[in-house]
Structure formats: C-alpha cells, structure tokens
Design a binder for this molecule. Structure first.
Ligand code: ATP
Length: 240
C-alpha cells in the first residue's frame, strides 16, 4: 500500500482548475517534493491530501484511506509543518513541546520531548521563548512539534524559506534524518534543496502533473544538463 495515491484528483474554484486530474503515487518512507512555479497548484494539492479542503473530482487515498470518508483516521496519521511557523511566541521551547504533547495526549511526554530535543539539537534553546528564537530555530522547533504525534506522513511547506545558508543546511540534515522513517512531502521553490533531499519529485504547472521521477530521471526527461534547467523547461512546457 502506498503512502499517497491519487487518481484524477481535481479541485475547481469557479471556472479555474487549481488542480487538474492529478495522478500521483508516493511510497512509504520517501522524501517526495512537489515542485511548480507560483500558482501551479502545490498548496491546493497539499490541502486536499491533508484533508483540510475537499476535492471536486477524482480520488485521493492516504495509506489506503479515503481523504473525505476517512478524514478523522487520516488526521491521526499525518501532520503538517506550515509555512508560517506554528509555535507559541510567549512560551519557551520546552513549554511549546509540552503544550503540543498535551494536546495530542502523548503518554510519556517527558520521554518524547527528550527524544525530540536530542534529534533537533534543541538543548541550547530549551528555556528560550519562541519570540526570541532565530528563524532557523523557529523552523526546527516547528518541525519537532509536527513530529510529536509520530506521524507516518509529514507535510513540510517551504521549510527553509527565508533562512540563511547555514540554517538551511542544518534543516536539510534534520529532514534527511527522517528518510525511511516518515514519509515526507516537501514543497519548495529551491531547486538545489529539492534535488539534494528528494527521492522523487513531481513537477506541476497550471494544476497538471508535467513530470514525476528521481531528480536524475527528471534531468534526462527534459534533455537539459542540470536539475534547475530541467525544472524550468518542464514547468514552462519547454518555453525556456
Ligand atoms: P505558490 O507557489 O505561489 O504557493 P501553489 O503552487 O501552491 O503556488 P496554489 O496556491 O495551489 O498554487 O494555487 C493554484 C491556483 O488556484 C492559483 O491560480 C490560485 O490563485 C488558485 N486558488 C488557490 N486557492 C484558491 C481559492 N481559495 N479561491 C480561488 N482560487 C484559488
């Protein structure tokens, strides 16, 4: 059974098809990037897959569960780390983790928090308030929080947006450490990041899937000699 399987997944807003007949399969444990220029339909796809919005047509299954009929069951298996960091600014890092552990009814919160603190190297900032953290720490905490319910599928929406190069590289190693354990759906506009982290990528434009495969396969398919040029060519229908 795949982590994600969609057939003809479509979302229409009035006359506009934000997502148009998407056939996508993501296997368990993959790091999979959804790529596309602004307005390509990535966020709408993520919202449908994470059961936040309904679909207009087609089929979408998460671990074999239907995104509309089995919404509650799916929500127990997934989590989302949104673009805008979801941390409480007036709580310390430790309190943020404790609060979310409580919200999810985690059985042994102290153990879970210790595990996440170690995994994300949060010890130096544990007693610092959210609002005093740098962008890099905020994103790390945000992802740690999203892992608190041990999701089997994690959506990461532009996790390194606006971060400096060092914070970005730190976050990459955090994401890489999840490979094989958690299925990760990443959306990003940074092609270097997508190429480095992804087992496979999907390139979307105007709501449609234009290509899907490993970064190497995408390069081959486009006839270009690097990933960024391959993306531009596929996302623009060969215009560039
Ligand atoms: P970005 O990289 O800019 O975040 P995206 O690939 O995530 O873009 P979406 O946000 O999914 O793209 O949007 C796809 C299309 O659907 C866009 O043309 C957008 O204007 C439209 N759209 C998205 N949400 C709505 C909505 N609630 N009502 C009407 N149109 C919408």
């Amino acid at each position: 059974m795949s982590a994600i399987k969609t057939e003809g997944l479509t979302k229409r807003y009035g006359e506009k098809k934000a997502v148009d007949g998407l056939d996508l399969t993501v296997e368990k444990g993959e790091i999979f990037s959804l790529l596309g220029t602004n307005g390509a339909g990535k966020t709408t796809t993520v919202k449908m897959l994470s059961t936040l919005i309904g679909k207009t047509a087609g089929k979408a299954e998460i671990f074999g569960l239907d995104t509309e009929k089995d919404r509650q069951k799916i929500r127990q298996l997934i989590n989302i780390s949104p673009q805008e960091t979801a941390i409480a600014q007036n709580l310390t890092v430790r309190e943020n983790l404790e609060f979310m552990a409580g919200a999810y009814g985690i059985k042994n919160p102290a153990k879970k928090i210790e595990e996440l603190t170690e995994k994300f190297g949060l010890s130096p900032v544990l007693e610092q308030k959210g609002k005093t953290l740098s962008g890099g720490w905020q994103r790390k905490l945000s992802i740690a929080i999203a892992l608190i319910n041990e999701p089997k599928l994690l959506f990461l929406d532009e996790p390194t947006l606006g971060l400096d190069v060092i914070a970005r590289k730190e976050l990459w190693s955090v994401i890489e450490a999840m490979r094989g354990e958690v299925t990760v759906i990443l959306t990003t506009h940074y092609m270097e990041e997508a190429e480095k982290l992804s087992d496979r990528v999907a390139v979307m434009s105007s709501g449609k899937l234009r290509a899907m495969g490993t970064p190497q396969e995408i390069i081959k398919q486009s006839g270009k000699d690097n990933f960024e040029d391959a993306f531009v060519s596929l996302a623009t229908g060969g215009e560039f």
